[in-house]
Design a binder for this molecule. Structure first.
Ligand code: PLP
Length: 374
């Protein structure tokens, strides 16, 4: 392969920024000139508009990041020490660190071998008298079967906090992820479908009492000035990030359409033998990540390095196998499907501005390596 070909990044926001630079700078300027930097009118406007984007009745509460969104949601639901929260181990560390921040104990269930998402039968089997909540993760931008999960939760009187960090814009039967459970938690980390230029997060709920609680928790549990009505934290979405998000929210549908178009190109150009996680018919995947699974992952990565093609592994080590979470007591082999997936998954470059030519190059590198082992 010619080394003259330009490098393909896994993620790149620069081209997108160039296209909206004028609007972003004007928005920042107006915040800086306004005299209001924390929990002011931009945060409120963004919360309202993000709620409108979701299109379901409810309340949106902007917070400092997606990890805090999960921890604050669990706190508002009064989930804490002594409580068990069922989630998956093939997720970003923050899903689990947020459960710990709330003081609860994560309990890992298996994933479905085809979709790599939470295995709902196994999740139900792990419910005990101490279980208080389930945290499904809409990994990669794919969607967990939320109607079925909600039935399980209702049967056992459990709360549901959806981890939508990767699924902003994903729907199940036309309804957005994050609007099924008690709270949907979003991250606006720069690489996400709706990315800030720094950290940001948001909790969405249909329940007013939870929205009120989360609004208090994000600012030290404060009710009136200098008075904590409950324990809280400092986790505020700031006005500058809210102003940036307001601008980018106007383009979000377009960005999502482009991600889906890139995914279609990948599906079209990847050889049929290249395994991709299953997407259910009811799901409209938003392709935060475009993932394949291959036993030849090392060889593909070697080829990508030669050709300067960016990639990611989401995730190389399941949480239960990390030394930081050894205390939870899971051994190697405890979650065989999860552990196997960690050895095979590979994320290909995927962001709205990625060109067809780049997708073709990535596909031909993958097809070539996989073809040699077929
Ligand atoms: C699945 C998942 N959950 C939670 C988070 C946490 O979001 P943040 O980085 O905004 O704290 C992320 C993103 O990093 C994520 O991918």
């Amino acid at each position: 392969m010619s080394t003259a070909a330009t490098a393909i990044r896994m993620f790149d926001y620069v081209e997108q920024y160039a296209a909206i630079q004028g609007e972003i700078l004007a928005a920042l300027q107006s915040v800086l000139a306004s005299g209001s930097l924390i929990l002011g009118p931009r945060v409120q406007a963004f919360e309202e508009n993000f709620g409108r984007f979701l299109g379901e009745p409810g309340y949106a509460v902007g917070v400092g990041n997606g990890t805090d969104a999960l921890a604050i949601a669990l706190g508002a639901l009064k989930i804490g020490p002594g409580d068990e929260v069922i989630t998956v181990s093939n997720t970003a560390i923050p899903t689990v660190s947020a459960i710990r921040m709330a003081g609860a104990t994560p309990v890992f269930c298996e994933i479905d071998r085809h979709s790599l998402l939470m295995d709902l039968t196994d999740a139900e089997a792990r419910i005990t008298a101490r279980t208080k909540a389930i945290v499904p993760v809409h990994l990669f931008g794919n969607a967990v079967d939320m109607p079925r999960l909600m039935q399980i939760a209702q049967r056992h009187a459990l709360a549901v906090v959806e981890d939508c960090a990767q699924s902003c814009g994903t729907t199940w039967q036309g309804r957005p992820t994050g609007t099924f459970g008690d709270v949907g938690c979003f991250s606006f980390y720069p690489t996400k479908n709706l990315g800030a230029y720094g950290d940001g997060g948001l909790c969405f709920t249909r329940r007013k009492e939870l929205a009120d609680a989360m609004r208090q928790i994000r600012v030290h549990g404060r009710g009136k000035a200098y008075y904590a009505e409950r324990e809280g934290v400092n986790s505020r979405l700031d006005e500058l990030q809210a102003a940036i998000l307001e601008v980018k929210l106007r383009y979000l549908r377009d960005y999502l359409a482009k991600r889906r178009a890139i995914a279609r190109m990948y599906h079209e150009h990847l050889a049929p033998g290249v395994v991709r996680p299953r997407v259910e018919r009811a799901a409209d995947h938003s392709y935060h990540l475009f993932v394949i699974a291959s036993r030849q992952r090392d060889q593909i990565i070697e080829r990508f390095k030669q050709e300067e093609i960016g990639f990611g592994i989401h995730y190389p080590t399941p949480i239960h196998r990390m030394s930081g979470y050894e205390f939870l007591g899971y051994r190697a082999g405890a979650l065989p499907i999860t552990e196997r997936a960690a050895t095979e998954v590979l994320s290909l470059p995927c962001y709205p501005e990625l060109s067809l030519e780049a997708v073709r190059r990535v596909c031909s590198a993958v097809n070539d390596v996989v073809g040699k082992y077929a």
